[in-house]
Design a binder for this molecule. Structure first.
Ligand code: 5AD
Ligand code: FES
Length: 334
């Protein structure tokens, strides 16, 4: 399968007759470059407050229908300890953009969690270079910030008060500071073109991403996009598979959004190029409140249940759970 230009990517995205071939080729690239082990990341959703108003997101500050919560420092640590005890080697701290968590507070959380001998990933949004530097100095290893879309026009429609340029600046700063950087995009936003999805994939390559997460857009009833149609699972899977073929050795999660719109979506993704799963390790009481989109998977489960469930499924497809930190190992040439 020949994929070298934007034109090739567009052709593949538009042609559904080659899907099976694409997925199995992406699976073979995954096997060759990152092997059969799957890395699990324990995700702690510690605050659903957000100062932004992204049109698609249920956590947007204009949504008055959600009960807001913050998990405070001590309780975040309890979550992290539980995840480490369950065997997670990476902990991901995710929240809306919530100014309660000052640089000092975040740095304190980072330094106590790092004592648990885990890799630590932050997913807390757009910050300044100085803030990113402070987190890095405190011990953070990785940072996730999806570009969402590289289509400038669509980006500004979807993100009032934000800019694509600043988002790109964040990614550059994180790279400069030596983080392992994760990004990604949404697939199926209203008026999103196939051409722009090809640009998204080329952008991932251009920035030298260490991790790329791709998920279908799923409407949330309390957002301006409540009546928009949902993204296609298979189109999202194709964007993911092409990303695997082009970026070869990076980490690619089978995303929760894929699981949420397609039964066994994560397993299908793991057989089409993905090598990472991010099970939720937030306690049940908070999960319902972190409803980014409607019908989010595992919303009534608990950390032990989710770990057991996904571990079983991984074994059933003949793969195994990794015991190492699962950093991006650069093995591909170019
Ligand atoms: N559908 C699918 N994914 C969404 N996200 C936010 N809102 C939605 C939605 N309605 C994704 C964004 C964000 C990540 C944490 O969740 O891509 O980066
Ligand atoms: Fe949560 Fe399966 S991973 S129930």
């Amino acid at each position: 399968m020949q994929i070298s230009s934007k034109k090739d990517i567009i052709e593949i995205l538009k042609d559904d007759s080659i899907n099976e071939e694409l997925f199995s080729y992406a699976d073979s690239v995954r096997k060759k470059y990152v092997g059969d082990e799957i890395h699990l990341r324990g995700l702690i959703e510690f605050s659903n407050y957000c100062k932004n108003t992204c049109k698609y997101c249920g956590l947007r500050c204009e949504n008055k229908n959600i009960e807001r919560y913050r998990i405070l420092e001590d309780e975040i640590l309890e979550h992290a300890k539980n995840a480490a005890n369950l065997g997670f080697k990476t902990i991901v701290l995710q929240s809306g953009e919530d100014n309660y968590y000052t640089v000092n507070r975040i740095c304190n959380i980072i330094s106590v969690i790092k004592k648990l001998n885990v890799a630590l990933t932050l997913s807390i949004g757009e910050k300044t270079f100085e803030e990113y530097k402070a987190y890095k100095d405190a011990g953070a290893d990785r940072y996730l910030i999806r570009i969402e879309t590289t289509d400038e026009n669509l980006y500004s429609k979807m993100h009032p008060g934000m800019s694509l340029e600043n988002r790109k600046r964040c990614l550059r700063d994180l790279k400069t500071l030596g983080y392992e950087v994760g990004s990604g995009c949404l697939v199926g936003l209203p008026n999103q073109s196939i051409e722009s999805l090809a640009d998204d994939i080329l952008f991932f390559k251009e920035i030298g991403a260490d991790m790329i997460g791709v998920g279908p857009f799923i409407p949330h009833p309390d957002t301006p996009l409540k009546d928009a149609s949902k993204g296609s699972f298979f189109l999202a899977l194709k964007v993911m598979a092409i990303t695997r073929i082009l970026l070869k050795d990076i980490n690619i999660p089978a995303t929760t959004a894929m699981e949420s719109i397609q039964k066994d979506g994560r397993i299908i993704a793991l057989q089409s190029g993905a090598n990472v799963v991010m099970p939720n390790v937030t306690t049940t009481e908070y999960r319902q409140k972190y409803e980014i989109y409607k019908g989010k998977a595992c919303i009534n489960e608990n950390p032990t249940k989710c770990l057991g469930c996904i571990t079983n499924k991984i074994k059933l497809i003949g793969r195994s759970v990794s015991k190492d930190f699962g950093s991006h190992k650069k093995v591909a040439k170019e």
